[in-house]
Design a protein around this ligand. Structure first.
Ligand code: 26V
Length: 840
């Protein structure tokens, strides 16, 4: 566990890095550090500093305090080789950094005191200013961020490799009920958390051709002569673990042009042509693709993937070389995790670097690649499984295609031996899809190249084996495993719910934050009436804050004593926000008809972005806003029902929402949501779930107890059966008076100012083909909502159930997930970083 030699980071002069202005962690030192940065870094006098200036000054002061730990962590690996995790992900949705770093350093109170000396009322005013880097779409990117935080907190050496998009996920505004996308300019005011390292830049090629040659020793070799190049410039973000010295790194690559422009073209007078190549190279890291879950097959996206993967692998090999470790020992020093297939080109790129550049034989290169790489699948949706048109692939990565053909040839030979004469299985398993126009299947490349393939929840991992890749699972049963997702309790409890956190500290001590299993001690309190009241009161505080936010953002007044019923996540048909919307209409009708006898007064809150090209999802947003407009304007609904669509759902807003929720909506069609991670954040914060048996909901229900979970809906196998037997949504509509009435009202234009065409595509989809079985699950959903209403009547009982959710949610800490990855897939151990000079 512990490294033998503590690391000495002392400077020759003037002394230690422990200069108090740079490293001291009491309020005086933080204040002095801020003052210095205001003056020297920002060129501002304390007397005229704005909130933004103070945010920047505090961030720089905090960053200084990370540096000793950050450098000591790198030095520890340099001094003594240790296997390191390389987490490859096209997305890292890390959220605001300042408060997280204050928490992990343990200086939130000191910072609060320091900022007060600048006349600021509360640290929150400064935290508010921080712009979050939206470098991800949703669950997949946020998971990568939680995992980086847990890796550092568990003292595991790790680097997250990804792309430094200039524009992250778009900002969403709502105009006339519609989503409008606005460019996310997160870098505009300067972002203090990154350290550019231009001297560690890497070259990446694209296009061109391959050629064979005989080298000086007479060996027959291949090489790639690209027609285009870009430079990757690393931008490093320190990721400090919770109350440890280990500080890992997120290394994001920015694409630069190789030459600032083409002087030959410039000299012959082609100024525009000269700038063109520069623009093309720099376009690579311009923008994050916002199409969560649909594979658009765009050339630029493949370029992005190869760009960051190639830079990262070169960086990893170079790091071995600078430490005099032979490249043969790659897999003893690195373990590469592919976050979905987006970085799957790594399999071919590592082979290319080893064979073409380092002159390894095929078998040894394959052995190294296979031992190093593991792949996580995050979706079963066919439209999200990446495939690249063969011609596009060949034109961009001709050498990689040759290597993929060779990988495929050798693999299919193995399959032939195992299943002689079975051509069908060869076609099914081949990396090259030969049905229709030819394509490269990235999931097959990843599965063949990796030593482990995992799903992200028990049900999902099971479906990978049974439905998505049965032939692969048959071939390599031991390769397919499960690691249920998790979320970091630092961000999702301690930072986002300080009231609950301090209640937990008081009751069970503060160790829960690194050992969430300790939360089970709360079970002893389930019948302690006073404690349940206090627990309920912390929730109410969160709801009050959210109510204030809702009012400021939307002008809608909501009552914090009502049931806060929340669905926040990307807008998608399979996530069925429209099922929730239909349920609201049914409740609205009951209130109008005077049949709403025991319904709980509710505030139904939605948040989430739709992919810009996903018209049905955008219409769902419009639909929710149409309902909100009618419901909120109707005096009959006062005190009974409110509907809110919160614009621009992101990490920062998530932090406000999870702690303020009573009811968590997890209502996807069974078999469609790989895991979900919002469901875990809600449960930890004491929300009850209404949900289907999908993704991690299954495991949440198993752990919190079925009596503390509102279950409804068809199971995955029932859905399969329905589909097989010819599903007809109309039958369900006819059988359900409340559903028929709701649909009739929409058809009449009741929620669209009389326009009976607006929601036609949505209605047609639901009543015609209903691909996500909304109609089939509607009645059962409504019954479950009735059980929710009933449970809400008894507040004490509700709080007891909520408490048990928190108490039993420890399993969903990302610390547990990361421990599983470390022991069963990565085979890595922690490396404790010690620091000799006194930095406190
Ligand atoms: C796919 C694509 C396809 C090409 C265009 C851009 C793009 C962007 C993202 C994706 C990934 C879709 C897969 C995904 O996000 N899966 C989610 O992963 C979560 C973490 O494991 C999991 O909790 C969610 O259930 C799952 O939907």
């Amino acid at each position: 566990m512990s490294s033998s030699q503590p690391i000495d980071l002392r400077l020759p002069t003037p002394g230690c890095y422990a200069d108090p202005i740079k490293a001291g962690i009491d309020a005086d030192a933080v204040f002095d550090g801020m003052t210095e940065h205001l003056f020297f870094t920002l060129g501002k006098l304390a007397t005229s500093a704005s909130l933004r200036d103070l945010y920047m000054a505090l961030s720089y002061a905090v960053r200084d305090r990370l540096m000793t730990r950050y450098l000591a962590s790198q030095e520890a690996i340099r001094a003594k080789p240790h296997k390191t995790v390389a987490y490859f992900s096209a997305e890292f949705l890390i959220g605001p950094q300042l408060n997280n770093n204050l928490l992990n350093l343990g200086i939130q109170e000191e910072a609060e005191e320091a900022v007060k000396r600048f006349g600021i009322e509360s640290l929150n005013d400064i935290l508010e200013v921080e712009e979050e880097p939206g470098l991800g779409n949703g669950g997949l990117g946020r998971l990568a961020a939680c995992y980086m935080e847990s890796l550092a907190s568990l003292q595991v050496p790790a680097i997250g490799y990804g792309i430094r998009y200039e524009f992250g996920i778009f900002n969403q505004i709502i105009r006339d009920g519609w989503q409008i996308e606005v460019t996310d300019k997160w870098l505009k005011g300067g972002w203090p958390w990154e350290l550019p390292q231009p001297d560690e830049s890497c070259f990446v090629g694209f296009g061109g051709r391959t050629e064979n040659y005989i080298d000086d020793q007479g060996n027959y070799r291949s090489r790639w002569i690209p027609s285009e190049h870009a430079i990757g410039v690393p931008h490093d973000i320190p990721i400090l673990g919770y109350r440890v010295n280990n500080c890992d790194r997120l290394r994001l690559w920015r694409a630069d042009a190789t030459e600032s422009f083409d002087f030959y073209a410039f000299n012959i007078g082609d100024y525009y042509g000269a700038v063109e190549e520069k623009v093309a190279s720099e376009t690579i890291s311009k923008v994050l693709y916002p199409n969560d879950g649909t594979d658009e097959g765009r050339r630029l996206r493949l370029k992005q993937q190869h760009f960051f993967v190639s830079c990262s692998l070169q960086d990893m090999i170079r790091s071995l070389e600078t430490r005099n470790i032979p490249v043969e020992q790659f897999s003893e020093n690195w373990t590469v995790q592919l976050n979905d297939t987006h970085p799957a080109i790594a399999v071919a790129e590592l082979m290319r670097l080893l064979i073409d550049n380092h002159h390894f034989e095929w078998d040894q290169a394959w052995d190294i690649t296979n031992r190093s790489v593991a792949y996580t699948n995050h979706t079963l949706l066919p439209e999200a499984l990446e495939k690249w048109d063969l011609n596009l692939f060949k034109s961009l990565l001709p050498r990689h295609l040759e290597l993929i053909y060779e990988i495929n040839k050798r693999f299919l030979q193995q399959v032939r031996l195992r299943y002689p004469g079975n051509d069908l299985i060869l076609r099914k398993l081949s990396i090259i899809d030969e049905e229709g126009s030819k394509a490269v299947r990235m999931a097959h490349l990843a599965t063949i190249g990796a030593h482990n393939v995992n799903g992200v929840a028990a049900l999902h991992s099971d479906l990978i084996k049974r439905q998505l890749m049965p032939e692969f699972a048959d071939l390599w049963p031991e390769k397919f495993t499960n690691v249920t997702n998790g979320v970091t309790p630092r961000r999702w409890v301690a930072l986002s719910n300080p009231e609950l956190a301090s209640l937990l500290d008081q009751e069970i001590g503060s160790n829960w934050i690194t050992n969430m299993d300790l939360l089970t001690q709360l079970e002893e309190k389930e019948n302690d009436s006073n404690f349940l009241d206090v627990f309920g009161a912390t929730k109410l505080l969160g709801k009050r804050k959210l109510a204030g936010y809702i009012h400021r953002q939307t002008g809608i007044l909501v009552d914090p004593s009502t049931l806060f019923d929340v669905q926040v996540k990307r807008i998608h048909q399979y996530k069925r926000q429209h099922l929730n919307a239909l349920q609201i209409i049914a409740q609205y009708l009951r209130i109008k008809n005077g049949t709403a006898h025991s319904i709980a007064p509710r505030t139904v809150i939605f948040g989430g972005k739709a992919a810009p090209g996903y018209l049905m999802a955008k219409l769902m947003i419009r639909f929710i806003n149409g309902i909100a407009e009618v419901v909120n304007a109707d005096p009959d609904m006062d005190g009974k029902l409110r509907v809110v669509f919160l614009p621009d759902y992101n990490v920062k807003l998530g932090e406000q929402v999870y702690s303020a929720t009573d009811l968590s909506e997890q209502i996807s069609t069974a078999g469609k949501e790989a895991s979900g991670t919002g469901n875990m954040k809600f449960a930890m914060n004491g929300a009850l779930t209404i949900g289907t048996l999908d993704g991690a909901n299954v495991e949440i229900r198993d752990r919190v107890g079925k009596e503390n979970f509102f279950l409804f809906g068809k199971t995955e196998s029932e859905i399969m059966k329905l589909r097989k037997n010819g599903y007809d949504p109309k039958q369900y509509i006819e059988k359900s008076p409340e559903l028929s009435e709701a649909i009739r009202l929409i058809e009449l234009g009741h929620f669209s100012n009389g326009d009976n065409e607006l929601f036609r595509p949505l209605l047609n989809s639901l009543t015609g083909y209903d691909p996500f079985f909304v109609m089939a699950d509607f009645d059962d959903y409504l019954l479950a909502q009735d059980r929710v209403s009933k449970a809400w009547q008894n507040h004490k009982e509700w709080n007891r159930m909520a408490l048990l959710n928190t108490a039993r949610s420890g399993f969903f800490s990302s610390d547990r997930s990361i421990r599983e990855y470390c022991s069963s897939i990565w085979k890595v151990n922690p490396l404790e970083v010690e620091i000799t000079c006194n930095i406190n």
